[in-house]
Each structure stands twice: as structure tokens, then as C-alpha cells.
Design a protein around this ligand. Structure first.
Ligand SMILES: [Fe+2]
Ligand SMILES: [Fe+2]
Length: 167
């Protein structure tokens, strides 16, 4: 068996590594749910002819999916696996149950989206802080990279909402 990142794990210590893995797993649950949320809304908006907004929602969705991938890679480096069961995403993340079908007007969808982006900003800020505290520089780097994306996402969603003609 190949032990991935053995030296790094020794440097971090078992306890610290497991604190970080837990935070990364939670974030993974969130990203998968948010990915699906934006993806679903994007498809619906396309279907009802709101073609101006659909591509941007889908782009946002794939952005979140990329975050999930980065998190999953980091979790593997720490010798664990990202939560594979979608049922777990609802119970072990920071977001809780989420059904995109409940937010099917553009305004409702974006307002809910804004809430996620705000949560994500707080969450990655927290992970970055924690990672720095225990000298986990790889996770720190990952968290600040994603954090920068989430700040952009939040700003973007806020701008679209502000300029929305549909009241
Ligand atoms: Fe994200
Ligand atoms: Fe985001």
C-alpha cells in the first residue's frame, strides 16, 4: 500500500490532520450541494427562456464543482475519502437539506445563492485560519484560493441581484 503524504502527515500530527479532514469533508458536502443547486436552477432558467442568466448560473455551478474536486484531492492526500453518499451531504455539511426546486424564480434563486456564497466566504476564512494555526500550509493555500473565488461569487451574485429587472 502506498501511503500518500506520509511525511506531511507526520509533520501535522494525527490529531491536527483529522481536524482539517473534518473541515474539508464538511466543505465538500456544501460544494456538492451548491453545485447541484446552481446547476439545477441554470437548467430550469434555460427551460423557461431566461437565457441571459442560465449560462452564468451553470458557470457558477461548475466553479463549485471544481472546489469540490480540489477539496477531494486534499482529503485524499490526508489519506481519507470525500463523503460519497449524497444523503450525507445534507446532514454533515454546513448547509443542511437543500431542494433547488423550492427556489425557482430568478430572484429567489439568487437570494438563496447569495446566502450560500456568504456562508462559503465565512467557512473558507475559518478553514484558512485553522490551517495556519496548525502549520498546514497546503490546506491554507487551498482555502485562500477557494476563498478568493467565493468572494468573487458573492460579489457577482450581489451585482446580478441588484440589476435584476424582474422584481
Ligand atoms: Fe465553492
Ligand atoms: Fe461559490
Amino acid at each position: 500500500m502506498i501511503v500518500v503524504g506520509r511525511t506531511e502527515k507526520n509533520l501535522l500530527g494525527k490529531e491536527n490532520a483529522s481536524i482539517i479532514v473534518d473541515l474539508l469533508k464538511k466543505a465538500y458536502c456544501d460544494e456538492m450541494q451548491i453545485f447541484h443547486y446552481f446547476w439545477y436552477i441554470g437548467i430550469i432558467m434555460e427551460g423557461i427562456g431566461l437565457v441571459t442568466y442560465a449560462p452564468s448560473l451553470k458557470t457558477q455551478a461548475t466553479g463549485e464543482l471544481t472546489h469540490a474536486e480540489l477539496l477531494s484531492n486534499r482529503i485524499s492526500e490526508l489519506s481519507e475519502k470525500a463523503p460519497s453518499d449524497p444523503a450525507v451531504w445534507k446532514t454533515q455539511g454546513n448547509i443542511g437539506p437543500l431542494d433547488p426546486a423550492q427556489y425557482l424564480t430568478l430572484r429567489a434563486a439568487l437570494e438563496k445563492g447569495l446566502e450560500f456564497e456568504g456562508k462559503a466566504v465565512k467557512n473558507y476564512n475559518n478553514i484558512a485560519k485553522k490551517a495556519l494555526e496548525i502549520n498546514d500550509f497546503v490546506t491554507y493555500n487551498l482555502a485562500t484560493t477557494i476563498l478568493a473565488n467565493e468572494v468573487k461569487d458573492e460579489q457577482h451574485t450581489e451585482n446580478v441581484l441588484k440589476n435584476l429587472e424582474v422584481k
